[in-house]
Ligand binder design. Structure first.
Ligand SMILES: Nc1ncnc2c1ncn2[C@@H]1O[C@H](COP(=O)(O)OP(=O)(O)OP(=O)(O)O)[C@@H](O)[C@H]1O
Ligand SMILES: [Mg+2]
Length: 256
């Protein structure tokens, strides 16, 4: 059974950073085969993980629309097989995990047949892994569009601000309206200074019925790695930020 973990939330709150650290946690602890999905068109999960990226699912879609246009360079392959093959080529295979970037989203004048085949391909690919970790772009529409897969664990990331918590509450509400079934939803408040949140934030979390998974400290080392273009996976294993995140992951029902 594949466990799907989706990371969502307002822009710039730390989704990509946390996705990369979750992937690294699963890989380091040999939890099974891990597929990282970068669902943000700006594709920077690979940088956070320190791996190269050549092709995205969006590129495959564009290229197929041209190739299937009739020049016969599919060499007798069905469109289905061709797309499957190309998705596998777009997959970045590393020792500890594989990475697939979705790239640019389906536009309004979409190639619907290709999209459906691609979605099925990605879903089928996901089935072959023990864990799928999805780094989402800010906003949520794609959670419903990208994949038909259910989400076992949704991590909503917020900064320690009232606006951030309200935005997180909206994400949780939106998820309720999606067709995607979500097992468990937790809020992680990131870049926190000190051990506690100010009272108004705690109250807002309660009012929005958000389940608080943990407070992750602001850590200058995180920012520094990002500024230097270094993978976040270089963050020391005993850094407070990593420790707090991993404490949350191990505290989950039966662990991850
Ligand atoms: N705990 C932390 N302490 C210090 N800096 C952090 C922390 N978490 C994230 N950052 C920094 O905040 C910035 C935004 O992080 P990140 O790119 O992970 O956010 P995001 O939610 O993925 O953004 P976007 O919505 O643009 O995709 C980065 O510069 C990152 O290094
Ligand atoms: Mg991001």
């Amino acid at each position: 059974m594949t466990k799907t973990i989706a990371v969502a939330g307002k822009g710039g709150t730390g989704k990509t950073t946390l996705s990369a650290l979750i992937i690294d946690y699963l890989a380091r602890n040999h939890k099974g085969a891990v597929l990282a999905i970068d669902a943000d068109p700006s594709t920077n999960l690979n940088l956070a993980l320190g791996v190269p990226l050549y092709d995205t699912v969006g590129d495959v879609r564009e290229e197929t629309a041209t190739a299937v246009g009739g020049r016969g360079d599919l060499a007798g392959m069905s469109k289905w097989d061709y797309l499957d093959l190309r998705i596998n080529e777009a997959l970045v295979e590393e020792m500890a995990f594989d990475l697939l970037a979705m790239g640019r989203p389906e536009g309004p004048g979409c190639y619907c047949a290709a999209n459906n085949i691609l979605r099925t391909s990605v879903d089928r690919l996901s089935d072959a892994y023990d864990y799928v970790v999805i780094d989402n772009e800010a906003g949520l529409e794609h959670l419903s569009r990208r994949t038909t897969q259910d989400v076992d664990l949704l991590v909503i990331v917020s900064d320690p601000s009232l606006r951030g918590i309200i935005a997180a509450g909206r994400v949780a509400e939106l998820v309720d309206e999606l067709h995607t079934a979500v097992g468990d939803t937790y809020l992680l408040v990131n870049r926190v200074n000190g051990e506690e949140l100010p009272e108004p934030l705690t109250r807002a979390i309660e009012e929005h019925k958000l389940k608080l998974g943990g407070l992750l400290p602001a850590d200058p080392a995180v920012n520094e790695l990002d500024a230097l273009g270094e993978p976040i996976t270089k963050l020391p294993l005993d850094s407070p930020m990593r420790s707090k995140l991993e404490a949350f992951l191990t505290s989950l029902n039966g662990g991850l």
